[in-house]
Design a protein around this ligand. Structure first.
Ligand code: ZN
Length: 246
């Protein structure tokens, strides 16, 4: 398994094996078991062992806008609530957090420079290549070598369930014609593979194949563990992705 289930006092969450071995980051992906909107920040703070005031999240707008927190930023608390869908930092004990119900959580770690990032990639953000833009930002702002990056793709809606319109499928094929298998036709319906799209964007940005790990967990198929915006017809409930350096 690329991703493992953890259970702490009846709170279920997930961790990527590849990150656990690093020894300088904590991270998680939450579930619907033991989590609700009221206790999310408390649970993240407890599990990652970081004060609640150090948990940073954006107002997600399905964009490819990225906010950076480094030593030049005097008050990182001001980042919370700004609009955007990607966060990057090299400051320890700052938790980057994004909200998800089907949209793809993408975690980035520069294992040499000790820089971390987190992105929220729904179809719009993925269409606008937020994954590629994250890696470009690591390179331009932190002098990262893409070959030192580990990138993971967390639980989100899979190609099994993510039906889109024919027109949208055409738009993806126009922009990503060289990406084989991102659009599928089944029983006269069109499906988008957001996992493969992000994987190919990450690979094209110079990250090594072996350093891109997908959980391959579909939120819509695993409705007993996850919220799914599609399956639950517009739920307001969300899981969170979270990561911090320590
Ligand atoms: Zn599915």
């Amino acid at each position: 398994m690329n991703i493992v289930e953890k259970n702490r006092e009846n709170i279920l969450y997930y961790e990527f094996e590849i990150f656990k071995k690093l020894g300088f980051i904590n991270h998680l992906f939450s579930s619907k078991i033991g989590w609700n909107i009221e206790n999310t920040i408390y649970n993240v703070s407890k599990i990652l062992n970081v004060p609640e005031s150090n948990i940073i999240s954006l107002k997600q707008i399905h964009s490819n806008h990225i906010e950076i927190m480094d030593e030049n930023l005097k008050d990182y608390g001001k980042i919370t609530g700004k609009e955007g869908d990607g966060l990057i930092t090299n400051i320890p004990n700052i938790v980057l957090m994004t909200y998800h119900a089907d949209c793809v959580p993408i975690y980035f770690v520069d294992t040499k420079k000790k820089v971390i990032g987190l992105a929220h990639g729904g179809w719009r953000g993925s269409f606008d290549n937020i994954s590629g833009k994250m890696i470009k930002t690591f390179v331009s702002k932190f002098d990262s070598n893409p070959q030192d990056l580990l990138v993971t793709i967390g639980p989100s809606i899979g190609p099994c369930c993510y039906e889109i319109s024919k027109d949208l499928g055409e738009s993806f094929l126009e922009r990503y014609g060289d990406f084989e298998g991102i659009i599928m036709e089944r029983h006269n319906k069109t499906y988008l593979d957001l996992w493969k799209l992000n994987y190919l964007q990450i690979k094209k940005s110079g990250v090594l194949d072996k350093n891109i790990i997908s959980s391959n967990l579909c939120t819509s198929c695993n409705i007993n563990k996850f919220h799914s915006y599609r399956r639950e017809k517009g739920t307001k409930d969300r899981m969170v992705a979270a990561i911090n350096l320590f």
